[in-house]
Design a protein. Structure first.
Length: 317
């Protein structure tokens, strides 16, 4: 946060007297007849040079009043020597200027009775404002992505420059990947291990500070069914070997939640067998569930269309 300091320097008038009475000093007498004198600005400078679109413009001012009265300061801001209407505060918002422009300010002191001469601060240029990274977090992308996790970053550039972002991925505090890819394959991360990402943004002229995500804990990953049910080859029987994988290496158990009468599945093998009864023609719904024993499960559902066999022709007819 910028601190804007206004220093008021006052001069002290010292008199010396002896033990004997003397008439007043001529200099003091003449000064008393002068009346109120206006305050003056002795010096002023910008707190930042060059300026940046990342923060407001502010100045440090030193002023004095001959009568030691309180001094107030008024301001008029300029961009490219053009006065900004209504910009009379002690600071100028960075929204009022952009990179490459020159900013100056005119300061007028005043005491309770009159204004003093204005003081124009020499102009300074507006330089590049580096990008800002406000936050970074890790999310699991989606179920179909398997082990892929993604870094979500809140970053911007005050000058609206194009940004490039660098990601540093840490597993258990050890750097394992670095580059401009926001995705990370967590297939090698075991249950209970953590992943952290550090993010830095760059524009063509500057670099942001680093933002670090909260640790992402690898929990139990549910199994995934990677096979598709085949089209029946005959109307008499159906076979399907369900294939599932578990990234944690858990033992999997296969079961049928919904199935036509007579269909079976191997609890450990995932093999489905069904000898199709001819009285079950029509659409038969099948729902398979695969469990890993730690609360994770995968589901697959499909329909089988059973067509009855044509009647057998009898000899002699």
């Amino acid at each position: 946060m910028l601190r804007i300091a206004v220093f008021v320097v006052v001069t002290a008038l010292w008199t010396m007297t002896s033990c004997t009475d003397r008439p007043s000093s001529p200099s003091l007498t003449s000064q008393a007849t002068l009346g109120n004198r206006p305050p003056t600005v002795l010096s002023a400078r910008f707190l930042s040079d060059p300026l940046s679109a990342a923060e407001p413009a502010a100045v440090q001012v030193v002023a004095e009043d001959p009568e030691h009265e309180a001094v107030t300061l008024s301001y008029q801001w300029y961009v490219e020597d053009v006065p900004l209407v209504g910009e009379t505060n002690s600071t100028l918002s960075s929204a009022k200027f952009r990179r490459g422009q020159r900013v100056s300010v005119e300061i007028t002191p005043a005491d309770a009775k009159q204004k003093g001469p204005s003081y124009r601060v020499p102009p300074v240029s507006v330089g590049n404002a580096p990008p800002v990274v406000r936050s970074a977090m890790i999310v699991h992308r989606d179920e179909s992505s398997g082990n892929v996790i993604e870094a979500l970053v809140d970053a911007s550039d005050p000058d609206l420059d194009p940004l490039s972002v660098t990601y540093r991925w840490y597993k258990n505090q050890v750097l394992v990947k670095e580059g401009e890819e926001a995705l990370f394959d967590a297939g090698g991360v075991a249950v209970g291990e953590t992943v952290v990402v550090e993010v830095t943004a760059r524009d063509p002229s500057g670099t942001s500070g680093t933002a670090r995500s909260a640790p992402w804990l690898m929990g139990n990953r549910p199994p995934r069914i990677v096979s598709a049910p085949p089209v029946p080859q005959t109307s008499e029987s159906y076979t399907y070997r369900v294939q599932a994988i578990d990234d944690d290496g858990d033992d999997l158990v296969y079961a049928l939640e919904t199935a036509p009468a007579g269909m079976t599945i191997g609890e450990r093998t995932g093999r489905i067998d069904w000898r199709v009864p001819q009285d079950q023609a029509g659409v038969q719904h099948v729902k398979i569930v695969v469990r890993d024993g730690r609360g994770g499960a995968a589901l697959q559902e499909f329909d089988l269309h059973v067509t009855p066999l044509p009647p057998v022709a009898r000899s002699g007819t």
